[in-house]
Design a protein around this ligand. Sequence first.
Ligand code: PLP
Length: 248
Amino acid sequence: MTPEPIPDFPSPPLASQAEPIREKWALVRERIQQACVAAGRSPSTVNLLAVSKTFGPEAVLAAAEAGQRAFGENYLQEAVGKILALESRVPRLEWHCIGPVQSNKTKLVAAHFDWLHTLDRLKIAERLSEQRLAEQAPLNVCLQVNIDGEDSKSGVAPQDVLALAQAVAALPRLRLRGLMTIPAPAADFQSQLLVHQATKALFDQVRSQLSSPDDFDTLSMGMSADLEAAIQAGSTLVRVGSAIFGRR
Ligand SMILES: *Cc1c(COP(=O)(O)O)cnc(C)c1O
């Protein structure tokens, strides 16, 4: 389950070995490729988000050199330090906030990120829309769905997703992109698949009821341990940390 955010995360240690990251990144790309083949999908329909939380800027740099552009971070303090440290070294990285956001931290998200995956309250959405600067592109957001009722702390209940989606879609400085889930870990493929299929069904249902569904194109689900099942069910974005950067 998602850990609670640690407010002042200490500086992460620098990763020193670029080569293993490049190799592990390539293996993850290969897994995605094969899962797409197995699911009869084009590999271009699944994006890889490299989750770099707890790893330092050098690890991000190594993955970027391998060809990775989009990075996911959970802890805002840690993330912003990394984003600023890399800004001048690697232009055009894309930063996704995938951790819980308290209302007193929305400004950091609005200022520094391209995406937020964990939106689950209108109040947070309104603050982000107000705080997003005029010169920035709208903030891309996914609603986090509590699909299996396991993680009671975060995520919208499935029956409340449509109403929140409609309200968020109306906010001027946000761009509602889709849904995100973190299901409880399940060991076997079949159980992973069932819960991912439930999320995909909800995604399709919500999309069909939005007045302008074209932007609603992202289903953020699947991590190191279950990306194959997520892709089989229709994920368009897998969030992979340990399989690329190693154990945390
Ligand atoms: C840490 C994290 C991931 C990556 O998990 P791995 O098991 O390391 O691939 C994905 N999504 C979220 C929300 C996370 O917090």
